[in-house]
Structure formats: structure tokens, C-alpha cells
Design a protein around this ligand. Structure first.
Ligand code: SAM
Ligand code: DTB
Ligand code: SF4
Length: 336
């Protein structure tokens, strides 16, 4: 969808927008289930990049302890535990600028993925920048989806990150698509962006061909020591509106209500689910930040009568629409 269409939707009266997104949601997701995803930081802190929201950048004194790549057996234990608690997707994150073939750490990660993928959950990884060969090897090892967020609009991105570009991010996404993995791509609210920046992000993401399989909507978790530590909290109604517009613009994607749920009331989360959010990170910790306790989430889902999605480890990457150019719309992003 183009910016003017997204702006028109965003400007609707709140209940009218909710009604429209609910209609789209019910049409595409008639079972109304929520996917539970477990997140694990397999390599924490010490990252070379300067993303100004991130506690894992080596450039800020956030107090995050730098940790080496976790041992495979420890990761397997966490993955088995995630499956036991009902997660159908296991997402592994690493604080790297990217990975390169031929390095020992890439081979180690491939070996980990091979084992995790035997457990019957969808396997998602987020390791930073990828070239085409690395992307193919990750798919062959058993990755179902690759998370690589664009985070904000192409215009606002250079205010937030200077050590890599929006175009670098788009190139990785293209490599992921070409390798046949599903794309998980979303953003963060609360980076000092305007509503137009948020809608520009949706314009870029919704113009991918194929559209992403999942779209995480994070609210900034202000991390001490980072340049954005004092940013104000996102207005909950703005968050719900963003979810509504994302649901309408990217109807077949799982919209993940991601970082920031510890600061949302149950009622706001319920509105997000009504608007079309159908996936959450489940477990007491995100990468370094807090997430609601498992028991609290169970209680909330039960209170709302929301069921959870069954595993689909053979998740196929969405197919491109042959009538459209088969790549992320860089032209739409105006960045190259
Ligand atoms: N290094 C890889 C990368 O940048 O793609 C993977 C890990 S990175 C931490 C994954 C995503 O987490 C970021 O793109 C951002 O959307 C989200 N994130 C990081 N710190 C955050 C924070 N303080 N609040 C909300 N989301 C955050
Ligand atoms: C995503 O969009 N959000 C997750 C996951 N993808 C990797 C990460 C959230 C990180 C929140 C801050 C932290 O835990 O340090
Ligand atoms: Fe590194 Fe990713 Fe954090 Fe940026 S968001 S500093 S690339 S871990």
C-alpha cells in the first residue's frame, strides 16, 4: 500500500479503523489463534554497530554483560523447554553486525540450527547482515524464517543508526527471499519518529514481494546508557492504530506484538489482539530486556479465550506475486 492510502486509514476514527482491521483479520485468520514464540539470545552484547536503541552495542555503557556464543547443548535445553511450554517458534538472536561463510562461528551456528530444527518448531534466527551464500546455507541448515528489521522509515534511519544503512538492510532481506526463507521484518515505535515515519516503514514492508511472513512491532524498551534511554513511552492508542494499519496492509502476515509488553496494560494488549496482532514472544526475557512472565501471559490468553497456534515446522516461504517486481521495493524506500 502506498503512503497516502496508509495515511487515510490511520486518520480514521479509532473505532472505524479497529472495525476495518478486525474484518481483515477475521477473513485471513478465522481461527483467531496467537502464535507463541520463544526468544533466546545465543550471543549477547559487544556488537560493533551503533543502533541507538540497543543495549548490546559495544559503544554504550548499558551494563549488559558480553557473552560468547552459547554452547549447542545449552541452546538445545532451552529449545526443548520452549517446546514444552507450547512455543511453536524458536527465535535465536545474536549481537553481530552479520555473519560470513568460511568462519568458525558461522559453521557453529549452522550446526546449532541443524539440531534445533529437529525439534519440530519453526526456527527463526536474527544474526545481522547476510550475503546470498550465507542465506542459502542457513536455509539448508533448517532455518524457516530470518528476522531482519528495518526498524523505522528510510528517512529517520540515519538518525538512529550510522554504522550501516537502510540499503544494507534491504540487501540482506533480498538475499533471504532469494534463498527461499520466510522474511520476518518489522520495526520499533518510540525512536523519536513521526507518524509519517511509521507509515513509511509500513509502506516499504508492505511493498515487499512476497510480503513478509511475520511483522514484529516493537515498542522501545529504553535501555540505560543508550542515547534513547530517556525517550517517552509510546501512546497505547498509537500502538493499536499501527497494528490496525499493519494488519490491513499485510493481511497474511503474523503481526507480532513484540518488545514493550511489560509496559502495556492487559486491556491495551487485548485491543492489540483485537486489532490483528496474532503472535507474541513468550518467556520472561527478550534478548536482554524483560518480558511478561509465562504465567501472566497464560492468564491473559485464558481470560480473553484466545487459543494458541499449533506448530508448523514445514512453514513454506510466501510466494512472490509474479505481476510485481520480485524484490523488496527499494524504489519505494527511496534509498538507492
Ligand atoms: N544484530 C541483529 C540485528 O540487528 O538485526 C539481531 C539482533 S537485534 C537486537 C534485533 C532487533 O531487536 C532490532 O532490529 C530491534 O528491532 C529490536 N530491538 C533491539 N533493542 C531494542 C529495544 N531496546 N527496544 C525495542 N526493540 C529493540
Ligand atoms: C524483534 O523484532 N524483537 C525481538 C526479536 N525481533 C529479535 C528483540 C527485542 C529486543 C528487545 C530488547 C532487548 O531484549 O535487549
Ligand atoms: Fe548490534 Fe543488532 Fe543491537 Fe544493532 S540492533 S547494535 S546490529 S545487536
Amino acid at each position: 500500500m502506498i503512503l497516502s492510502e496508509l495515511e487515510e486509514l490511520y486518520a480514521l476514527p479509532f473505532f472505524e479503523l479497529l472495525k476495518r482491521s478486525r474484518e481483515v483479520h477475521e477473513r485471513h485468520w478465522p481461527d483467531g489463534e496467537i502464535q507463541l514464540c520463544t526468544l533466546l539470545s545465543i550471543k549477547t552484547g559487544g556488537c560493533s554497530e551503533d543502533c541507538s536503541y540497543c543495549a548490546q552495542s559495544a559503544r554504550y555503557n548499558s551494563g549488559v554483560q558480553v557473552e560468547r556464543l552459547m554452547e549447542k547443548e545449552q541452546i538445545m535445553e532451552r529449545a526443548r523447554a520452549a517446546r514444552e511450554t507450547g512455543s511453536t517458534r524458536f527465535c535465536m538472536g545474536a549481537a553481530w553486525r552479520g555473519v560470513r561463510g568460511g568462519t568458525q562461528r558461522f559453521e557453529q551456528v549452522l550446526d546449532i540450527i541443524k539440531d534445533v530444527s529437529t525439534l519440530g518448531m519453526e526456527v527463526c534466527v536474527t544474526l545481522g547482515e547476510l550475503g546470498p551464500d550465507e542465506a542459502v546455507r542457513l536455509r539448508e541448515a533448517g532455518v524457516t524464517a530470518y528476522n531482519h528489521n528495518l526498524d523505522t522509515s528510510p528517512e529517520h534511519y540515519p538518525n538512529i543508526v550510522t554504522s550501516h544503512t537502510y540499503e544494507d538492510r534491504l540487501r540482506t532481506i533480498r538475499n533471504v527471499q532469494d534463498a527461499g526463507m520466510s522474511v520476518c521484518c518489522g520495526g520499533i515505535l518510540g525512536l523519536g519518529e513521526t507518524i509519517t515515519d511509521r507509515l513509511r516503514l509500513l509502506e516499504v514492508i508492505s511493498s515487499f514481494n512476497p510480503q513478509p511472513e511475520s511483522v514484529p512491532i516493537n515498542s522501545l524498551m529504553p535501555m540505560p546508557g543508550t542515547p534513547l534511554a530517556e525517550n517517552p513511552q509510546v501512546d497505547p492508542f498509537d500502538l493499536v492504530r499501527m497494528i490496525c494499519v499493519a494488519r490491513i496492509a499485510i493481511p497474511q502476515a503474523k503481526i507480532r506484538l513484540s518488545a514493550g509488553r511489560t509496559r502495556l496494560s492487559d486491556e491495551t494488549q487485548a485491543l492489540c489482539f483485537f486489532a490483528g496482532a496474532n503472535s507474541i514472544f513468550y518467556g520472561d526475557k527478550l534478548l536482554t530486556a524483560k518480558n511478561p512472565a509465562v504465567e501472566k501471559d497464560r492468564e491473559l490468553l485464558a481470560k480473553l479465550g484466545l487459543g494458541t497456534l499449533l506448530p508448523n515446522p514445514s512453514l513454506e516461504a510466501p510466494q512472490a506475486d509474479c505481476e510485481l517486481p520480485a524484490s523488496p521495493a527499494c524504489a519505494g524506500a527511496g534509498c538507492c
